[in-house]
Design a protein around this ligand. Sequence first.
Ligand code: ZN
Length: 478
Amino acid sequence: MADALRDANANGRPILLRNGIIYSVDAEVGNYSRGDILIQGKIIREIGQDLEHPSDTLVIDSSGMIVMPGFIDTHHHQYETILRGILADGMWGGVENELHARNYGTVIQGIFTPLYTPDDARISQLIASLSQISQGVTTTVDTSQIHLTSEHTDATIEGLKESGRRCLVAYNANRQNAEARRAPELRRLREQYFSSDDQLLTLAYNSRSEQWETWHIGRDVGASIVGHCQGRDNFDEPALIASGEMGPDVEYIHCTRVSDGLLDAIADTGGHVSIATAIEMQMGHGYPPIQRCLDHGIRPSLSVDVECNMTADPFTQLRSAFTWQRALVNERSIHGEDELPPLLTCQDVIEFHTIQGARAAQLDARVGTLTPGKEADIIMLSTGLNVAPLHNVPGAIVTLMDTSNVQNVFIAGKIMKWRGALVQVDEDRVIADANAAAEGLVARAEYQNDLFETCCGGGLLSGEERAEISIERIKRGP
Ligand SMILES: [Zn+2]
């Protein structure tokens, strides 16, 4: 059937998902306890009950399955995926953190990143993308810092293309001659890889600071702007607010520890916020600002960030956001506050991880909801042993499901996963390539990794101890 679905998609033959439980995330389309979706080529043509369809339609019985838009992850350093779990106990490394010697700054950025070959970047992008497709995340915003050379960038794009996933590629030159390479590379990328707007890969500029000149070059070539924004560790807030550069084409990542003034400015300029709830709590970025965003009129999107520290699966993102906001508001209630904001609902966090993600990635005209005229990025979720009996659809998705429920995945109408297995993907080869790349990288770094002990024990360093720590000592471990 997977082959028949691929053929139908390629040949413009209609596909009908019949009798599914449709959760559209579009208020105008509504939801159906039993409904049909007609897809042709990339596009969702129609949604309704007992749809009429052309005689050559390929009909897929979808009964008992929840049919919904694919999840959208708005911030993911996918090149780090071959370093999965290597820093599971590690901190981020911001200026206000007490730190282990081994942290994200020293280990991932200091030791490993400069040693990547282009092929390491390609295989990491590929396994990250395929893994998330399999988990029901049909779009990501890739914020990799692996653009060390043009070859690394080309390899990054090759891995993304091979996966067949939708991605906003947020580019910035890193390391050698970064300053001089930014503008010409952005122009080259636009011409070489992003010349059409009608493709799965789209272009953004990944800004780390007030590089206004490059923001302008990005905007000139049609790139949106993506930037990390963690208190005073990235942007100079007053300069950002005064710049006149903030706008609806900007995604601000984290926004932990930022001022109320900046959140107001983001809201006023129609900007977007990406919150990596689990990572921010784990790695020391500060409180995930979900409630702060809501208080300022911003509906945030959700993101994964780095797989060296945390899973990229969407159910973890949904549940982290849902439980964290409720924990804070519930605690305020317990302490007697009575002017409390509403508790997040399961519907809210699904909205954050679908349509708000699409808005942040500048893709909401094409994906993020099940809407006739949009592209068919659709996931189909089983409602079996861990979900039955089904009493509430968003509740089941957020509070009960895991990645085993993700049975079928379509991207732009093309079947990517069918009945629990990726289509036309040699998983064993991809895993073997990722293992080989990781082994080579860890060996070149002479990094002493322990399979069972913590990466990051030995107590926290502060002040002078931190300044004195050597790379050799960091590689040797706790
Ligand atoms: Zn990040």
